[in-house]
Structure formats: C-alpha cells, structure tokens
Design a binder for this molecule. Structure first.
Ligand code: ADP
Ligand code: MG
Length: 456
C-alpha cells in the first residue's frame, strides 16, 4: 500500500509534538551516556567500540564470522576481495535451556557449531581471523576485548556478565581440544556496528547502523571530542563508532508518559522487568506479545471474538508471533485472508468480519508506533550529526519483512529531521555477519599499514 501523509495520520496516535519530546529526552540521555561524569548513572551507555575506521574497499582475505543476535546463531565464512564479498553461512539453533543455562554451556555450544562448520566447509588446518558479532551490551576495552554488561533479549546465562567474551570463546575452543582448528578473534562488534560496516563498504555516506530484529539498537560515528568517556588514543582518525545501546532508553521512567497498560504488563512478566523499555515498545521479540495482550483484553471485555475458547493460544503468553503482525498487515482487501489464517493458527475460530478488521487495526497501531519511535531515535542522531546527506544501514527481520515499516519510517523521519538534511534508509543484506568479517578485515588492514606491510 502506498503510504501518504494522510494515510500516516490514520495510524498516528501520538502527536508529532510527543515524538519531538521523545527526541529531546533521547538526546539528553545520549549526551549523559557520552559524558565521563554521568555515564555511570546513564541508562544509555553509548559504548565506544574501538572501531575507528570504516572499510575503504581495499580489504581482502578469508574470514570466519559469528553472529549471535538473540534469535539466530550463524557461523559464516566470508571471502573479501575488494568490493566482492562471497559468503557461505550456516544457522544453528540455540535451545532455550542453553539461553537460560550457564556461560560454559553457551560457549561450548558455540565452539561445537564452529567446529562443525569448519569440518563441513573443509577449513581444517587453517588459522582464520574471526570477527564476532555478539549483540548484547558490552563494555569494550579494545577491538577484541569486550565485557558483557548485562544480558538482554531472553538470554540469561550464568557467569558471563563482566567477563570478556573473547576469552570465554577461546577457552571453549581450547576445551574442544582439537589441534586442527584454530581461530584468532580479531574483533567483537554488535550487530548494529556490523550492519553499518557492511553497508559502508559500498556507500561512503553510511555513518549510522540500526537494528530492528529481536532487539532494537543503533550505532553511529562520533567525533572523539564529544566522547568524554574515551580512554583510548587521540590519533587520527579522531572519531569512533558509538554503540548506543539505546534499547535501555526509558529505564529511568522518562518514557512512562507514553507507555500503555500493555507495555507495562509485558514488562512485568518479562525476564528483565524495568529494563529495555524503549526496545520493548519496538522490537520483534515483543511486538507480537503487545498485540496479543490488546486482543486478549478486548476479548475478555466481550468486545472481540464472542465466547473464544480460553484454552487457545490467544490466551497464552508468547504465542502470538511478530511475523503474524507482518502477515496480517499484508492483507490488502476486505477478505482478510491472512487475518483469518492467523486466527485459525492461534485457535480462534468464531470470528466475524468486524473482528478481523479490529485485529488488523490493532496490528497497524502497534507496528506504526514502533516504526515512529525508532524514527524518532534515528532523527535524533541525524540532527545531531548534521551531515547534508547520510545513509542509515538497517538490518533485522522486523524491518526486512514488515510490509510498511520502511515507508512509515521514511515519512516520520522526514517530518522530524532539520530542514535540508537528506537521509536514506538502506537494507544491509547479511549485515551483521558480513560486517563482523569486515571489522576484522579493517583491523588487519590498519595493523598491516602501521607495520608498513602491504595487505596480502
Ligand atoms: P536477530 O535479532 O537474532 O539477528 P532477526 O533479525 O531475524 O534475528 O530478528 C528476529 C526477530 O524478528 C524475532 O523477534 C521475530 O519475532 C521477528 N520476525 C521474524 N520474522 C518476522 C516477520 N516476518 N515480520 C516481523 N518480524 C519478524
Ligand atoms: Mg541479526
């Protein structure tokens, strides 16, 4: 469906002024996060990543990359030959018992997957540089030294918080006791950084990365003079990528004025109550559940699905998937084929056409709010950077598959950015995986150029 400003207003429940207030609050919180004096108390941690340079297109080599994002775990082999990038990858499941188990179990599982991948791809007896996309808030102490500051997105593995995840990975690889497999962790990044690096490889204007997947996060290139926190050197280039970890925006209550009863309920029954408030209003891990809670409430009040079976999925936490929201909003006529299919999948059989209309309407409200809130975040960064033209690299299944997210975001950002600033939202294909390999490649390029060697 083409989205025009008139159509936009149909989904607009919070006013433009409200979004501007959100931007103002976010801007303040981001500045607090960057400041050495306030960072400890700030919700938005604004972690400097130690990534100082973007790819320049001369990177070359064969890399392994790991991508642990929250829902999927992938191992990738990435061959970079200047602008050409060839990727082979394999996705592995992380069972729930491991997500909630111990760190040893998690890293043993990761090491198992790496060994399987190396065996299946005939990579034995090679020492490959590895880029690790580890998409949880980490305090970086170097490019390949990152301590987990807290778990998010449904993970809670014991014994990992405050630990260096590269060390945990190396120890797990050692426990595997194989001599034929060796990896050298060159860089740990999160998925927003990987996504940005991946798009920056071909687009010089790309300076912001955004994730709309299991979680929601953004990163951007900041001048060192604005990073009070920075403890590294001030050599050129005097900039560093900042991993904002803005999902924690609102943890101090500053977004309470826009939260609904459904947001509160979702938060109360989550594994991290009171945490990741902004993320919980936006990302794929939560959107389906917000819709479900609203449908459940209407049904309980007798306003929807007369006499629905209380044992059906609709009344069970976590059983209304975010992909249903995309499917439902992809219905373009009044036959509601997708709505009906979803309702049947969740065990609701006695629906009317009016019910279908309401279900679709609720989905559009929840997803539009998510699109607008993330737009307010991006507009804050775009206004802060004040580049005449900027590209934002975006990755994550919510952005990729939701039928209207991109269009709604473009319109909202246009409304919120300073006049004259041009922006482009660019889907970063395979961003997080390819990006991790590129960070490793850039690190090797910079190391080699410092040692006066030509890149091999
Ligand atoms: P990760 O964040 O682990 O890298 P993804 O980018 O694939 O993984 O995002 C996974 C999230 O996207 C899940 O929370 C899931 O609910 C959501 N998702 C998956 N498919 C769709 C879809 N078709 N439409 C909207 N959201 C989706
Ligand atoms: Mg991902």
């Amino acid at each position: 469906m083409p989205t025009t400003p008139e159509k936009l207003s149909k989904y607009e429940k919070l006013s433009s002024l409200t979004y501007r207030r959100v931007m103002h609050l976010l801007h303040e919180e981001m500045n607090n996060g960057l400041s050495a004096n306030y960072n400890l108390k700030a919700d938005i941690k604004m972690f400097p990543t130690f990534v100082r340079a973007l790819p320049d297109g001369t990177e070359k080599g064969k890399f392994l990359a790991l991508d642990l994002g929250g829902t999927n775990f992938r191992v990738l082999m990435v061959m970079i030959n200047e602008r050409d990038v060839d990727i082979q990858s394999q996705t592995y499941l992380i069972p729930q018992r491991i997500m909630l188990g111990t760190g040893i179990q998690l890293f043993d599982h990761i090491a198992d997957c790496i060994c399987r991948f190396i065996r299946d791809h005939d990579l034995k007896n090679e020492t490959l540089p590895l880029g690790f996309t580890f998409s949880f808030p980490c305090k970086q102490e170097g490019l390949a030294k990152a301590r987990l500051s807290k778990w998010t997105k449904g993970f809670r593995c014991e014994g990992v918080v405050n630990e260096d995840i590269c060390v945990l990975l190396h120890e797990a690889m050692k426990r595997k006791n194989t001599t034929s497999v060796d990896v050298e962790v060159m860089a740990v990044v999160n998925d927003a950084v990987g996504t940005l690096m991946s798009a920056a490889h071909t687009d010089r204007n790309c300076e912001v990365g955004l994730i709309l997947g299991t979680g929601c996060n953004a990163c951007y290139m900041e001048s060192l003079e604005n990073v009070g926190l920075w403890e590294g050197d001030f050599e050129e280039p005097s900039q560093v990528l900042i991993n904002t970890e803005w999902g924690a925006f609102g943890d101090n209550g500053c977004l309470d004025f826009i939260r609904t009863e459904y947001d509160r309920e979702l938060d109360t029954y989550s594994i991290n109550p009171g945490k990741q408030i902004y993320e919980k209003m936006i990302s794929g891990m939560y959107m389906g559940e917000i819709v479900r809670l609203a449908l459940e409430r209407l049904s309980m009040e007798g306003l929807l699905f007369e006499s629905a079976d209380r044992d059906c999925e609709l009344f069970h936490k976590g059983r209304f998937f975010t992909k249903y929201v995309s499917e439902i909003e992809s219905d373009h006529d009044d036959f509601f084929r997708n709505v009906k299919q979803v309702l049947e999948e969740i065990g609701v059989t006695n629906y009317t056409s009016e019910d279908c209309k309401i279900v679709k309407y609720i989905c559009t409200l929840v997803s539009a709010r998510a699109a607008f809130l993330s737009s307010a975040g991006l507009a804050t960064i775009i206004n802060k950077l004040e580049k005449p033209e900027i590209t934002i690299a975006v990755d994550g299944s919510l952005y990729r598959f939701h039928p209207r997210f991109h269009n709604l975001m473009v319109l909202k950002i246009q409304e919120l950015v300073k006049p004259g600033l041009k922006f482009k939202l660019q889907l970063s294909h395979d961003g997080s995986g390819k990006g991790a390999a590129l960070v490793a490649a850039v690190a090797i390029r910079l190391r080699d150029s410092k040692q006066g060697r030509c890149p091999s």
